[in-house]
Design a protein around this ligand. Structure first.
Ligand code: GLC
Length: 417
């Protein structure tokens, strides 16, 4: 039953799925667009629980197909999947015995967590769950709903924590096989002792299950970078960035501002260069269908991954270099260095890394294996190491041409003196 947790150090690219009752509202309340994340609509529009919970009887999910979903994730080059088992609205996307406010009570009736878990097993994708541990707008003692249940300061948070959070975490970690990670979120002011208790409880139930950084107080197994951010320097401990494809996590019928394949692919390479993992979000609509705007882009990035995945999977953070590279970025999977050419040089057809003293054995075009000419030099008067590669005249891949470099020693850079 165990899958260990070494998978995470190899996996660099995951799929985040935000899907719940809010997907039916698609970011619009009473005909008006509600700003900010569409999954926050209940809170942002202060919709009474009694009204919001009526969505349960509209949840038909006629287009939801877990198998097709995970098959696509796999084709798109993703290695793990994180699904919102319970988001801040408190609604459970699985059959919970702890709370009736769950997917079994909808006309759809099926258990989305179970179906995704099974599909993940079938396609060899690591299955993970998102669980909102502090905010719960459906629970009188959960954090965040002050329009139905009064101010948070007057709530009995511990009663909610022991009566709902722990029993539900137990359900998720005992009824669905091995879970790769549990993705806690928005710990806000949760007392440290309870965060620790929650972490310990996860480890007691499934020692290999990773705990996300947003459990709070550095108690996670990896650091969660703020939504859509990227660190400037390489961070050599495990970390992940969750990224949206438009401006919301949950589905919005009004937000068509899709990032391009180029933006996403470059973001992936940049995150991998700095030693992180990219968790890229899709927000299926109320029927369970993936918006076309996101699937097209994922398809394009996926096609690039099929040919160039070895420059991403199992890569480790690149040591910081004093120079910004003009051609693009590099990734590192010892003993290989991968030069990702985002800006294909027009003339001369040459790319260069300044300040790399490491000896190079061989250089090829990753996609075809074609050997490329390279020149290594040390400019004595300038005290500068230069490594240059001559590229083919015609650009082999406008998205990102990858040049594979075999190194004879571990990668280091010359400090700028
Ligand atoms: C934020 C939001 C949430 C979203 C998450 C994804 O913390 O509260 O809606 O699920 O980021 O990273």
């Amino acid at each position: 039953m165990t899958q260990g947790n070494s998978w995470f150090s190899k996996a660099r690219y995951g799929m985040f799925i935000h899907w719940g009752l809010y997907s039916l509202m698609s970011g619009v309340y009473n005909g008006k667009e509600v700003p900010y994340g569409a999954e926050w609509i209940m809170k942002n529009a202060r919709i009474p629980f009694e009204e919001y919970s009526k969505l349960v009887s509209d949840f038909r999910a006629e287009n939801f197909d877990a198998d097709a979903f995970v098959r696509s994730a796999k084709e798109w080059g993703m290695e793990y999947l994180v699904f919102t088992a319970k988001h801040h609205d408190g609604f459970c996307m699985y059959h919970s015995e702890v709370s009736d406010y769950n997917i079994s009570k909808t006309p759809f009736g099926r258990d989305a967590v179970r179906e995704l878990m099974e599909a993940c097993k079938k396609y060899g994708v690591v299955f993970c769950v998102y669980y909102s541990q502090m905010q719960d707008w459906a629970d009188p003692n959960g954090w965040g709903n002050d329009w139905d249940f009064g101010p948070d300061s007057e709530k009995d948070f511990e009663a909610y924590f022991r009566g709902k959070v722990k029993p539900q975490v137990k359900e998720l970690l005992t009824n669905y096989g091995p879970i790769g990670m549990i993705w806690f979120d928005t710990p806000y002011t949760m007392p440290k002792e309870l965060c620790q208790e929650l972490r310990d409880y996860v480890k007691e139930l499934q020692p290999d299950c990773l705990v996300s950084g947003r459990v709070g107080y550095g108690l996670g197994d990896f650091r969660e970078i703020p939504d859509n951010e990227t660190p400037v320097l390489t961070f050599h401990k495990p970390w992940e960035t969750p990224v949206t494809m438009n401006n919301t996590w949950g589905f919005s019928e009004r937000d068509h501002e899709w990032k391009s394949a180029e933006t996403i692919q470059h973001k992936l390479v940049t995150i991998v260069q700095k030693g992180g993992h990219l968790l890229l979000n899709i927000g299926p609509d109320g029927t369970g269908a993936v918006p076309e705007g996101s699937s097209q882009v994922l398809q394009e990035v996926g096609a690039w991954m099929q040919e160039n995945g070895e420059s991403i999977y199992e890569a480790i953070g690149v040591p910081d270099n004093a120079y910004q590279l003009r051609f693009g970025q590099i990734t590192y999977r010892p003993p290989y260095l991968y030069m990702h050419v985002f800006n294909y040089p027009r003339f001369p057809h040459e790319i260069m890394i300044v300040g790399m003293p490491v000896k190079v054995k061989e250089v090829t075009l990753l996609k075809t294996g074609e050997p490329l000419t390279f020149i290594q030099s040390y400019e004595i008067a300038r005290d500068e190491y230069r490594f240059r590669v001559i590229l083919p005249e015609a650009c082999p891949d406008p998205l990102d041409t990858v040049v594979k470099v075999e190194l004879e020693e571990p990668l280091t850079f010359q400090p700028l003196n």
